[in-house]
Ligand binder design. Sequence first.
Ligand SMILES: Cc1cc2nc3c(=O)[nH]c(=O)nc-3n(C[C@H](O)[C@H](O)[C@H](O)COP(=O)(O)OP(=O)(O)OC[C@H]3O[C@@H](n4cnc5c(N)ncnc54)[C@H](O)[C@@H]3O)c2cc1C
Ligand SMILES: *C1O[C@H](CO)[C@@H](O)[C@H](O)[C@H]1NC(C)=O
Ligand SMILES: *[C@@H]1O[C@H](CO)[C@@H](O)[C@H](O)[C@H]1NC(C)=O
Ligand SMILES: *[C@@H]1O[C@H](CO)[C@@H](O)[C@H](O)[C@H]1NC(C)=O
Ligand SMILES: *[C@@H]1O[C@H](CO)[C@@H](O)[C@H](O)[C@H]1NC(C)=O
Ligand SMILES: *[C@@H]1O[C@H](CO)[C@@H](O)[C@H](O)[C@H]1NC(C)=O
Ligand SMILES: *[C@@H]1O[C@H](CO)[C@@H](O)[C@H](O)[C@H]1NC(C)=O
Length: 717
Amino acid sequence: MAAAERVMPRWLLWLHSAVLLTLVPPVECAATRLYTEQDPLVILTKDSLRATLTDSSSAWLVQFYSSWCGHCIQYSGTWKALARDVKDWQGAIGVAVFDCALEDNFDLCRDYGIKFYPTFKYFKAHSGAAERGTIYRGGDREIPSVRQLMVNILQNHTREERPEQCPELRTYNSVELLPLLGLRSDHYTALIIEEPQSYTGREVILDLLQYSGVVVRRAVSSDRPLVDVLGIKELPTVHLLQPNSSHHTVHTEKRLRFFFTSLLRSLPGVQRKIHTNSSVLNPHKGALSDQSTQPPWRDFDRSLVYAADLESALHYLFRVELASHRSLEGEELRTFKDLVTLLAKLYPGGGAVVKLMETLSDWLLSLPLQKIPYQAVLDLVDNKMKISGVFLGSQMRWVGCQGSAPGLRGYPCALWTLFHLLSVRRQAAPFALQHTALEAEAAPVINVMRRYIRTFFGCEECGKNFEEAALSDSVAEIKSPEEEVMWLWDQHNQVNDRLAGSLSDDPRFPKGAWPPPSLCASCHDEERGLHAFNRQQVLQFLLHHYSDANLSHKYTVEADVNLEQVNVGQEQVASKELGHKEVGSEKVGENDVNKNLSEDNGQVFPGLIKDHSKNENGLNMDGSKNVNGLNKADIKNLVDKLVGHLKPEEGAVVEEGEKTGSSGDHANRTLALGFTSVDMSLCLLLYVGSCVFLMLLFFFFRVRSRRWRLRPPKLAV
Ligand SMILES: Cc1cc2nc3c(=O)[nH]c(=O)nc-3n(C[C@H](O)[C@H](O)[C@H](O)COP(=O)(O)OP(=O)(O)OC[C@H]3O[C@@H](n4cnc5c(N)ncnc54)[C@H](O)[C@@H]3O)c2cc1C
Ligand SMILES: *C1O[C@H](CO)[C@@H](O)[C@H](O)[C@H]1NC(C)=O
Ligand SMILES: *[C@@H]1O[C@H](CO)[C@@H](O)[C@H](O)[C@H]1NC(C)=O
Ligand SMILES: *[C@@H]1O[C@H](CO)[C@@H](O)[C@H](O)[C@H]1NC(C)=O
Ligand SMILES: *[C@@H]1O[C@H](CO)[C@@H](O)[C@H](O)[C@H]1NC(C)=O
Ligand SMILES: *[C@@H]1O[C@H](CO)[C@@H](O)[C@H](O)[C@H]1NC(C)=O
Ligand SMILES: *[C@@H]1O[C@H](CO)[C@@H](O)[C@H](O)[C@H]1NC(C)=O
């Protein structure tokens, strides 16, 4: 336990605290309740109702319902969707429910004059204890109408009573706005110009309530001077004033609230404020400047997937997370085997990682043990046996999963990415899992992920939540690989939604509906005033986003060793040439399995020498039954190596023990000792040759001697 804590990085602790903060243990008789703590609204009780509504810093919209009223039951879906939609408005106006069917609540419902269910009441901010709220009797209780009601409630506050977190919602005019053009500022100012009756502008203002770095102002199209100066042609439009004083009209694919909101939230420097705590307005500024221990920032492109993230996740998974288990048996062992199989079959690239997984998988299959010590797995992962081409980088280098502060993002982010990628790979190669234990499963990626998360993932709460989700959003109904891809996407978005604004939410990479319009505009639509995904487009997007073509090898251990090598000299040219020859493979050029040469000097030679002698030891150690199986593998390795190395004909082709290029990726490498790998290969070939020769000789003489032994009696006859 202590050991586990020592290796547990800060993000795990963050996860834990985030979970504790955001999730309340499941309530008893949850099945009979219309609303649960998981819903993004406040469930008021006998004890909290008065305290919440009296002198509150925000306004409130409360639905008094009855859990036996059929209409309330039907309406609960809409109310939850509304609450989710305006979750970020909380600081200004909250959404709540109060169940009048509970015996405890009878008195209060009478006190508040509730006669019919549901009754909607709103309370202004800072209302007194005697306030019983105003009934909303709008005939239409659809989401857009209720949202407009909320805007109206906020606008009806006088300047003094307005919730302190609520920004100005009023319409600004050209006299106020035009002077801002050309001014420098420490934030963006977004002007939303729209029809006078439109609510989009005010909704966007409220959507950005929890964000710092941008101020949104509403103006209307009847303000001719403004429209003329800015050259506005279509409505609604966002005109953006940059901090550096330049300004322009922004283009969005669709003129919808969601597109404007996403765009403004993703501006550089615009961040989510961490706490919804009204007293802390900008708490993370300090945390962000405290980055002395952070590794250097790696620039990345959000439309790509980075192999460095995946490899770092695997490094953490195999060397830290799993390593906290001394041995694996039963369910754990099965889960582990399945994970390895999945990775061996679906991990992209056919490089060192796949080779490692294949080796591990072969090894696990050939070991009919009930229980394996994890150290044995670690030895394989660290390639103690020096099997060629097997390698797993031992660094955590987050790229697409970098966090803006230590403890944010990292491993869990990369784990999501890994499983999304695997689900898409499965869709692309439906037969990859044939002849494995996972063949018959309709959703193998999700099932393995589920079992892994449940059994090993350090964040226990996450495992529970994920399992619950898998049970309620029935995984069993998944029929096709496409559905599997979509299920995982859907699930992930639900987690994003739940965690948005929590402690584990990186202000620089705020969670939310993914993909954002900047990555996929056609994925988004609006239905009955509510943001909606176009699932068909999302599927297409996911298949592209997580495709092989979109996997970048920048920043991988292998890639940056190549960069280092530029300085080393001539060999680099050669290695590049070789890279070009590999056009057919997915890894082009930058991925040659090269390594810091000086670092390896000591290892190269012993590595090669040990190569097979060590393997022989390995065999005996790993159970005598499998000598044959492993022997075959070894010989295959050896042959691979020889073939691999003789291919690039002329000399100076080099090899280093720890991570020899697999037959797919090799390069011209020079050994500092002066041996070329052709030398080494010839040496090995000679060695193998002489072994075979000796063996033949041995058999020859055995047969001969048997014959000699048999012959004399015959002669005698
Ligand atoms: C199975 C699982 C369950 C978890 N449960 C919890 C929990 O209950 N409570 C908790 O506090 N934390 C939980 N976490 C951690 C949390 O989900 C995040 O992984 C973590 O907070 C880091 O978040 P992030 O912002 O880096 O992005 P992540 O949410 O980790 O996303 C990683 C990347 O995946 C891509 N992505 C985002 N959304 C989608 C999507 N819908 N479909 C496809 N790709 C997408 C994006 O490129 C993103 O950068 C869980 C993690 C996992 C793997
Ligand atoms: C590396 O291989 C290429 C192509 O086979 C060859 O032309 C080149 O001479 C080799 N480089 C060195 C340094 O031997
Ligand atoms: C806002 O105030 C006006 C005038 O006082 C009133 O007619 C209107 O009903 C109020 N609207 C809301 C939502 O409170
Ligand atoms: C302001 O910054 C934007 C990019 O953020 C740049 O395109 C523009 O040229 C800059 N304008 C001035 C006046 O510096
Ligand atoms: C808000 O801040 C106060 C004081 O800083 C603290 O006591 C309180 O627990 C915080 N509330 C939340 C929800 O974080
Ligand atoms: C890579 O992903 C992006 C979206 O993230 C997509 O627009 C692009 O088409 C993808 N590229 C390829 C080659 O599939
Ligand atoms: C190899 O790594 C060592 C330390 O790990 C470093 O000092 C050295 O500069 C590196 N060599 C090259 C050629 O990059």
